[in-house]
Each structure stands twice: as C-alpha cells, then as structure tokens.
Design a binder for this molecule. Sequence first.
Ligand SMILES: Nc1ncnc2c1ncn2[C@@H]1O[C@H](COP(=O)(O)OP(=O)(O)OP(=O)(O)O)[C@@H](O)[C@H]1O
Length: 313
Amino acid sequence: MAESDVIRTRRLTRYFGHKAVVEELDFAVPRGQIVGLLGLNGAGKTTTIRMLLGLLEPTRGSCEVLGVDSRCLTPETRARIGHTVEGHFLYPWMRVRECERFGRETHPRWDGGFFERSVRRFGIDTEAKVAWLSRGQRAGVSLASTLASNPELLILDDPALGLDPVSRRALNETILEFCQSGQRSVLLSSHLLDDVERVADRVALMVDGTMVVNTTIDHFRARIAAWTIDAPDSPTAAGNLSMPVPIPRIVNCRPLGQRWQVTVVDPDEDTRAALSAIESRAMEPADVTFEDAVLAYLSRSRVYHSFYTEDAS
Ligand SMILES: Nc1ncnc2c1ncn2[C@@H]1O[C@H](COP(=O)(O)OP(=O)(O)OP(=O)(O)O)[C@@H](O)[C@H]1O
C-alpha cells in the first residue's frame, strides 16, 4: 500500500454460493482524492464497500483501509472513517439541534459549524424533530452528522438515493466543502453520472465484479473517441453493425437514429484502418461526454481493459 493510499485492495474476491460477485479486485483510493465508484445494479459495489468496512469477510484476497486490514479495524481506526452504508442512526425524538449537541458530546473532533452549514443547505429547520423529517431531509441530517464527526475517509454508498435535485446539489456542495483542505478522501458509489463528474477526481468502473476503469475523470474522457457511421446495414435490424474486420479498441457499437455510433478507447492507426474498411457513405467524429463514455462501457459489446491503470495520475 503506497503511503498516500487510504484504501487498497489486493485480489479482493467474494463469492455468494458459487457466484463470484467481486473478483480479483486490485484498486486504490489515493489520499485527498474523491473517487466515483460506478457500475450497473449488481456490479458488486456495495459488496466491495461492505468488505472495506469489515462488515463482510472476503472469500479471498484482502483490503486495507487507512493502512489497517479491514478484518481487524480497531475502534480508533473506525472513528477516522465516516460512512453511510447502513444509514446513520438518528433518534426520532431528537430535534435537529439536539442531534448537533449529541454529536458534539460523542465525537471528539466534531465540527458544529460544518453540521449547521450542511443542514442549512438541505433547507432543514433545526427546531424540527427527526421524526417529522422527510426521508431526504433525514438523509441530509445523517450526512451532516457523518461529515461533522470529521473523518479522514468518507465512504458513501448511493447517498443521493431518493434526494430531490436541490438536495442533490446540497449533497455535492457538502462533499466538496468537506474535501476542500485536500487532505480528506471520499469513495462515492453512485448511479448519478452528472454528479460524479461534477465532484470526483477519479472514476472507478465496475462490471460484473471486476474493475474495468480506474483513472482520472479527465484522462477517462480524453481517451474515449466516437464516430457516427452511415452504413449499409440498417440500425433498426437486430444485431450489430457487420464489420469487415474487427475494430481494435472498440468498447461499444450502437444504433443512433439511422446511423451507428462506434465508441473506441485510444484509437490508433489500426482502429482507423478498420473503421475505414466499413463500407460507409459517411463517417464523422462524434462528441463524447463523460456520460457517453461511461454508458459505452456499461452497455459495451466488448471491453478493452486499457483504462485499468493503477497509478495513472
Ligand atoms: N448476502 C447476499 N447473498 C447472496 N447474494 C448477494 C448478497 N449480497 C449481494 N448479493 C448479490 O451480489 C451481487 C452484487 O450485489 P451488490 O449489492 O454488491 O451490487 P451493487 O453494485 O451495489 O448494486 P446496486 O447498484 O444495485 O446497489 C448481486 O447479484 C446481489 O444479488
């Protein structure tokens, strides 16, 4: 584990029955970085997070958090990790301001100012009782409590679930304020690609229990290219565009109206030669957004694994 890594997994594997849900996962979260963990439902994100937090035993391999094996996290190390995996327990009879006082009394490094700014962003009345709050507002108080306890590492599993757009913005702003010093790190599992693009430094993309991308957001975006192709095959026909030769480095080929869109990673001369061998009346470069790039991977027909660069900066 590099000294600068706050999370490091080594060949981390978890089976449920005969099924490998997380397989040979080698990945790291560098200190001071926000890493967006993306993947389809069932990709293995929560299972990975539960192993990191020592809530689930790996079948094989290992993981370390803040330099300690997750199977033997001490209360002292746990106090340095904030997480929302199983929700933050809130007493329903407390008023929000009493939650703040309770946090101050039970957490030695409590930051009351941070708590108050965060709940204000979520538009929560500090005189309200927890029992009166909506689910989204409770999530806001829970997040404010987790972050105000001043952890070095924050692990958030789908924190935006059920939040309205204004609360989602509050969530993003709260995470960014939390990371302002550059010393804190976040692993943020989410399905909201816009939000991840907005707040994260890096993207880690899981497909079927393996990590297929682990790099910076800018690097990820820069290396994906796409073309639309006006080809003889009708895009409405079932199946893929028939290709005279395999296209090296392709991640996705899908119909787009009356055309096809082909997405590749790190296109080279061989890629271009293969594309030009398609009997096409017109082939044009297409803009690729972060969302396009992620979706190309998640709905891919083939995966080119070159993004898996542990030490890419
Ligand atoms: N306790 C369990 N017993 C059996 N199978 C499980 C268990 N926990 C998770 N799984 C299976 O492991 C797979 C991965 O689940 P996991 O919750 O890690 O996915 P995820 O990427 O977090 O998905 P989502 O985005 O829907 O939250 C799923 O197929 C799930 O059904």
